[in-house]
Write a protein that binds this ligand. Structure first.
Ligand code: PGA
Length: 247
């Protein structure tokens, strides 16, 4: 299985930010891991053009569950594919919180992504209150059962474990807490999709930086990272790519 370094630019970036792509590819033309950036939707086409023929893949941060139709302001997986996206993040905690997205909606979005021939990156993670009350595995188990599309395969599904309290805070779980969740997720995926589970990349996300990447990547069943803030600068994301390539 090739590991995956995925960057989520969130609501950051303009055309000028594409200079980071040139810098990233200049320093890391052929990394041993896969490399993906998910910019705002307005930049997908231009970033795909800038990345053409390179090791960098381009993804989206969300999509609508329907393939087309009267849904003002929304983007379907097919439209994102047409712009150059190969992956779509679904169920990020910021969407679950800001837009009230449920597991059922996340699953329907993930199904739409897979139906469009793209890779779905399904995000799950507990809040701080849930962790403090010992409910982490129960919460994550419910989220994964409810969010994973039916016929998911190793090629069409990536899972990202992102504790809500670790996103953008500089705080991370301990390595043993990450190990516990990732091995729990592998087992749960076996129950859901059988032997395909072995090849599904399970990413860790939440305050991944150049300074903590190597130790997180050494944890069993951590197959890469979903990186927010540190993916905006080529130097930081490149250092994370290098750490994953060496893992
Ligand atoms: P962060 O965000 O790396 O800035 O903590 C991670 C994410 O939300 O995907």
């Amino acid at each position: 299985m090739k590991k995956l370094a995925a960057g989520n630019w969130k609501m950051n970036g303009t055309l000028a930010s594409l200079a980071e792509v040139g810098a990233l590819l200049g320093d890391h033309p052929k990394p041993a891991c896969e490399m993906l950036l998910c910019p705002p939707a307005t930049l997908i086409a231009a970033m795909s053009t800038a990345a053409r023929g390179s090791a960098l893949m381009v993804g989206a941060q969300d999509c609508h569950p329907k393939p087309q139709g009267a849904h003002t302001g929304d983007l379907s997986a097919a439209i994102l594919r047409d712009a150059g996206a190969t992956h779509v993040i679904v169920g990020h905690s910021e969407r679950r919180t800001d837009h009230g997205e449920t597991d059922a909606l996340v699953r329907s979005k993930a199904e739409a992504v897979v139906d469009a021939g793209l890779v779905a990156i399904v995000c799950i993670g507990e809040t701080e209150a849930q962790r403090d009350s010992g409910k982490t595995l129960a919460v994550i188990g419910t989220q994964i059962d409810g969010s994973i599309p039916g016929g998911a395969t190793a090629a069409s599904l990536v899972v990202a474990y992102e504790p809500v309290w670790a996103i953008g805070t500089g705080r991370t779980p301990t390595l043993s807490e990450i190990a516990e969740v990732h091995s729990f997720l592998r087992g749960r995926l076996r129950g859901l999709i059988g032997s395909e589970a072995e090849g599904v990349r399970i990413l860790y996300g939440g305050s991944v930086k150049p300074s903590n990447a190597a130790e997180i990547f050494a944890v069993p069943h951590v197959d890469g990272a979903l990186v927010g803030g540190a993916s905006l600068k080529a130097a930081d994301f490149g250092a994370i790519v290098a750490a994953l390539s060496a893992a």
